[in-house]
Design a protein around this ligand. Sequence first.
Ligand SMILES: [Zn+2]
Length: 120
Amino acid sequence: MRELRAIDTAAASSACPSWCTAIDHLNDDGHQGPAIEFTAPGDETGAYDDGEPYALLWAALVRETGQPTRVYFDALGDASGGGTHLDVAGLDAVLGDLRTYVDRLQQMRDRLAQITEGEQ
Ligand SMILES: [Zn+2]
């Protein structure tokens, strides 16, 4: 997982909160902190996107004009506007679901290792 700088590019407003790393606010007084992105590995068969890795999850602290500070969580991986603004309780729910997902993925990995032992 890598951490990204804000996408925009110009002088930050003097009214920026301490966590804002946006460089260009593009005539918008909203703010954004550093983003994190999870990129899924490419498929070995090349069936999707010629096997190239693809952005899957994207998140950053944001405060849009007239709105409270939230974490913007985008499961399309690209901050394209199809995501969700989450408060602390909302993030707690997502984190719980992700932990469950990781636990089940680990179980699946262990089962795969049993099934394929000796094949490689
Ligand atoms: Zn700002």
